[in-house]
Design a protein around this ligand. Structure first.
Ligand SMILES: O=P(O)(O)OC[C@H]1O[C@](O)(COP(=O)(O)O)[C@@H](O)[C@@H]1O
Ligand SMILES: [Mg+2]
Ligand SMILES: [Mg+2]
Length: 317
């Protein structure tokens, strides 16, 4: 049976239906902007930097504007925060929710036609005008999270706290269609993802874990492991949702807080991964339990198949 996103959304309360509907609209528009970038002159650097001192691509800024406009139009968000904006943006004072997003994740890949994505998280808003402090909620307080993957097909993966569901964009009808209901991550895996160029900076527990994987059949794990690194978190998490695996962007001596951002990368992905039966940890603490202290805070991330994440946590004890 074909279930379009608009039909699936009928299972949600009306605020959620409209919020996710508009976010899905934004993702379709971003998908087109990404696909047409070489034709429209939207590839390359914007010549500016974001608050974290990272070079912005033209498509980072375009995607950010699309998400602000489309999500803002549903009227349910009282404020939003984005990777690409220094401070929060006030929206509808009557809105009962906050939106946090990474408009284009993995954007260093965008000029080489490798998969990129968008990540979002929905939180409850306070009754009064939101301030930055109102965004500093733990991942457990998210009421929905998801990502769009702009890959060989465009997909939208959503959780509202009852499982994880994947929709594929059918370009012939312009609709997302439910193709991957109830995604689950196997408990065990023989595949890891880490940027090994940082290995000289790794801390002992991560170095031990990776050494043991690389040692293969003759090592302590007694199994051969495979490795992948796309450098697009959305693509890595998607691979793990489809066939299992473990993804690490740990802290190390060069990046004492890791690289990924807690509110709009780690938390939404951790909610998705937990909802799919996997786990996500900083090494010390479950990602969803971390109390944020800053909007653009970074956090170490280890997520994926439950038993591998449990092993990583053990190695950190
Ligand atoms: O280039 P590195 O250090 O391997 O980092 C790759 C990681 O950085 C990110 O690209 C960060 O996201 P942004 O592109 O949104 O800044 C992740 O998607 C990816 O996992
Ligand atoms: Mg990102
Ligand atoms: Mg980004």
């Amino acid at each position: 049976m074909t279930v379009p996103l608009s039909t699936w959304l009928q299972t949600q309360h009306s605020d959620m239906r409209q919020m996710l509907g508009n976010i899905a609209g934004a993702c379709k528009v971003i998908s087109n902007a990404v696909a047409r970038a070489a034709l429209s002159g939207a590839q390359g650097d914007a010549g500016s930097g974001n608050i974290q001192g990272e070079e912005q691509k033209k498509l980072d800024i375009i995607s950010n504007d699309i998400m602000l406009n489309w999500a803002g139009a549903c009227g349910h968000f009282s404020a939003m925060a984005s990777e690409e904006l220094d401070t929060i943006v006030q929206c509808n004072p009557q809105g009962r929710y906050l939106l946090v997003f990474d408009p284009l994740d993995g954007s260093s890949n965008v000029d080489v036609n490798i998969s990129v994505g968008s990540i979002f998280s929905i939180l409850r808003a306070p009754e009064q005008t939101p301030t930055e402090a109102d965004f500093l909620q733990t991942g457990r307080q998210q009421i929905a999270a998801g990502y769009a993957l702009y890959g060989s097909s465009t997909m939208l993966v959503i959780t509202t706290g009852t499982g994880v569901h994947g929709f594929t964009l059918d370009r012939e009808i312009g609709e997302f269609v439910l193709t991957h209901p109830e995604l689950t991550i196997p408990n065990d895996t023989r595949e890891f993802a880490i940027n090994a160029s940082n290995s000289r900076f790794w801390e002992a527990p991560v170095a031990r874990y990776i050494d043991e994987c690389v040692a293969g059949k003759s090592g302590p794990r007694g199994e051969n492991f495979n490795m992948r690194w796309v450098a697009s978190m959305v693509a890595e998490v998607h691979r793990i949702l489809i066939r299992g695996g473990v993804f690490l962007y740990p802290k190390d001596s060069a990046k004492p807080n890791g690289k990924l951002r807690l509110l709009y990368e780690a938390n939404p992905m951790a909610m998705i991964v937990e909802q799919a039966g996997g786990a996500s940890s900083t090494g010390q603490q479950l990602t969803l339990d971390v109390q944020p202290s800053q909007l653009h805070q970074r956090v170490p991330v280890m997520l994926g198949s439950k038993n591998e994440v449990a092993r990583l946590i053990r190695y950190h004890e």
